[in-house]
Design a protein around this ligand. Structure first.
Ligand code: PGA
Length: 251
């Protein structure tokens, strides 16, 4: 049976002291609670080691928000999957739409990142999702299929089994516009069928598919109640314990 996961994506927010306080606050808030999902926080590179050391990582997994598409060497400013893993992260967000659009990350680059993440024992949270024009043109199914095929379909069945996918329609990210639970269910089921065609129904059924895009305390319950929505990737609402906790408790 696949896992339910609620993952925060802090993006480029919080100084190290602020981030540490937020992580510790969440750690405190979750103490003694019985949860029906795994909890992950995606934090800036600079925060990884300190946060991993300060919280109970059996309860809250730590994710990087990116990793390099090269293993090591003369790539000034880059941070490798091995570095991320050695800092205590167990997950890495790959292919977020902000990385795809602002940093021109394409399928080839993302494929390398996924491979390096897996080779270093990290669980990739691989993001896909269409832009508004693509949805309005009725191309959203095609767009997510191409994103999945382009970066993931060279993976072995074994490696595919380690992935988490996050469907994040670009028009819903940070806009306050959420996909309806029905829209999310429809495309998640479609993504799962695409995965099943390649890796078989069992493998597809075991792959967590998270929804992301303006998910909050109000809409989380309806979204995660859908059979193919296995959790969420949460940006804005992951930046405070008060907003994040009700989403964690939505299951
Ligand atoms: P949001 O961001 O929740 O602020 O819309 C989600 C994401 O980009 O992962």
């Amino acid at each position: 049976m696949r896992k339910n996961i609620i993952a925060g994506n802090w993006k480029m927010n919080t100084t190290l002291p602020e981030g540490l306080a937020l992580a510790k606050g969440l750690n405190e808030a979750l103490k003694g609670k019985t949860l029906k999902c795994d909890v992950v926080i995606g934090v800036p590179f600079t925060h990884l080691a300190s946060i991993a050391a300060a919280i109970d990582t059996d309860r809250i997994g730590v994710a990087a928000q990116n990793c390099a598409n090269n293993g090591k060497g003369a790539f000034t400013g880059e941070v490798s999957a091995a570095m991320v893993a050695s800092a205590g992260a167990t997950y890495v967000i790959i292919g977020h739409s902000e990385r795809r659009s602002y940093y021109h990350e394409n399928d080839e680059i993302l494929k390398e990142k996924v491979n390096l993440a897996l080779a270093n024992g990290l669980t990739p949270i691989f993001c896909i999702g269409e832009a508004l024009e693509e949805r309005e043109a009725g191309k959203h199914f095609e767009v997510v299929d191409l994103q999945v095929e382009g970066a993931l379909f060279d993976l072995s069945a074994g490696d595919f089994g380690k992935l988490v996918i996050a469907y994040e329609p670009v028009w819903a990210i940070g806009t306050g516009k959420t996909a309806t639970a029905e829209q999310a269910q429809e495309i998640h089921a479609h993504i799962r069928s695409t995965l099943a065609n390649k890796y078989g129904q069992t493998a597809a059924d075991n792959c967590p598919i998270l929804y992301g895009g303006s998910m909050n305390a109000e809409n989380a319950k309806a979204l995660v109640a859908k059979p193919d929505v296995d959790g969420g990737l949460i940006g804005g609402a992951s930046l405070s314990v008060e907003k994040f906790l009700p989403i964690v408790e939505a299951f």
